[in-house]
Design a protein around this ligand. Sequence first.
Ligand SMILES: C[S@@+](CC[C@H](N)C(=O)[O-])C[C@H]1O[C@@H](n2cnc3c(N)ncnc32)[C@H](O)[C@@H]1O
Length: 276
Amino acid sequence: MGWIIGIVGLLLIGGLLYWQLILAEGAYLGRRVVILLYDWSARIYDRIKGFNPGYEQWFLGLPLTQALADFPDPLVLDVATGTARLARTLFQQSHFRGRLIGVDLSRKMLQQAVQATAVWSERITFIHQDAGQLPFPDATFDAVACLEALEFMPDPDKVLREMVRVLRPGGFLLTTNRIGKDARWLPGRTCKPEAFEAKLRALSLEMVQTRLWQEDYDLISAVKPGVRGPVGMRRLEEILRCPRCGQPLRRQEAAFHCANGHTVPITPEGILDMAH
Ligand SMILES: C[S@@+](CC[C@H](N)C(=O)[O-])C[C@H]1O[C@@H](n2cnc3c(N)ncnc32)[C@H](O)[C@@H]1O
């Protein structure tokens, strides 16, 4: 009898670990576990995902380039940028003339992102920082994206609010909602397509559209109401804010500093390390 209880116990523990670590990717075990898992898998992430360049262009690169066609020097923010999947397809579009800032909390994913986008490095900045606190003033970006990541955040709604805050009036939002059979293993982190759309409308977004994208994800776009006037190219110093006090940051050699004496080091790979 004892051995039966032992086997059942082991199966239950194995099942629980499989749910928490594989299906939910650490989402309920805290931010540190999520990031640790991405740090561990960063080198094989692209191989696991097997991104198809044609699909990437059709669903991401082209629609985003078209949405930004009227902006002279569009500035794009990619929240939870990972290995720079969005940057890669966007910069391959010959009509895209803008710049991109990618934020992620996994150092190893960002290191892969730097390598994968080296040819466009003049137009891309990567920042090591939590998505729940975006280090930029209100209404900074012409487009804000967050792909395949909201469900792993401790508070996805807070991240959405931050994304909308830093989006300029008239700006374009692109994000994903987890669907399919695995979504049921992420209670409280995903919702039905109608509920997700309602959430975006409650944040005052307009033209909310859901597209079936992959087996596991819907792709959702929306627009922030308002008129988008041209602002032209802005220097990094004009848009960066200190993650600790919100003051502007000024570059001095290999770091950024704010007036309150806080420092944001720049790593040898060129990543702004705000979460050090
Ligand atoms: C499934 S990957 C998606 C990456 C990329 N957007 C893509 O579509 O390939 C999820 C990403 O979210 C990042 N992430 C998870 N929690 C985060 C947080 N709180 N702040 C910033 N990034 C986070 C992970 O490090 C990882 O790179």
